[in-house]
Ligand binder design. Structure first.
Ligand SMILES: [Zn+2]
Length: 232
């Protein structure tokens, strides 16, 4: 039985002001016409940007389409979460399951707000529905990662945004845990140029925070999932 199929309004899930790179755009969500209008504007502006950098892009066969390519890439791919509706989330009664629900190694593709360099990594999400709590379709966890990841991002804030959205959609939960492990091109391709460094952020609430044995089960389960990864 579906107990709760309300679609969460985007304002329920957002935690930074509209217009921020890690928030949604003004007039959100955009229609297809609005997106193409934005592509046209961004294309023009990116051409100006290349001109300012001394690129004769109008005569360079490799660069002539670049302003439009870049504009489309931002609006339809890398920053799609700023323009598209959040995923429709349906929650179900947990049928008395009161253990941990954990999905490991959700791929993360994002971009840092500071330098517009890539952030590539994995996300682990756990929650405990609690007595009478709600569970959601597993793939919705992946979709929420896509929704918040496909924007400008700061890993710490992205961790909080994903955590908050899970906390809100899994009504009645007694704890939510979100971990992100990611490498940042703004560290590997500029600045120090250090490759191979990873950043780990963990946001834990409820029993994950209060009970050491729950926290241990969470981190042990992630290790277990990664030990099993090569066997399936
Ligand atoms: Zn950066």
């Amino acid at each position: 039985m579906i107990k709760n199929n309300r679609r969460k309004n985007h304002t329920d899930l957002e935690c930074v002001p509209e217009g921020f790179a890690n928030g949604v755009s003004p007039n959100y969500p955009l229609t297809d016409d609005q997106k193409w209008e934005m592509v046209d504007k961004a294309e023009w502006a990116y051409g100006e940007f290349l001109t300012a950098l001394g690129v004769d892009w109008k005569n360079d066969p490799n660069s002539i389409e670049t302003p439009r390519r870049v504009a489309k890439k931002y609006i339809f791919e890398q920053w799609a979460g700023r323009y598209n509706n959040p995923p429709a989330i349906t929650s179900f009664p947990s049928d008395n399951y009161q253990g941990m629900v954990l999905e490991c190694n959700i791929p993360l593709t994002s971009m840092c707000s500071h330098h517009h360099e890539s952030i590539l990594g994995r996300v682990h999400i756990g929650y405990i529905p609690g007595e009478g709590g709600q569970v959601i379709g597993l793939s919705k966890l992946n979709r929420l990662v896509e929704h918040f990841g496909r924007r400008g991002a700061i890993q710490e804030q992205l961790t909080m945004a994903i955590h908050q959205s899970i906390d809100k959609v899994c009504e009645g939960n007694i704890g939510v845990a979100v971990s992100i492990i990611a490498s940042h091109s703004c560290v590997s391709c500029r600045g120090t140029g250090h490759r191979g460094a990873s950043m780990i952020t963990n946001e834990l609430s409820g029993v994950f925070k209060e009970k050491p044995e729950v926290r241990k089960e969470y981190f042990d389960s992630i290790t277990m999932a990664n030990n099993l990864k090569d066997s399936h």
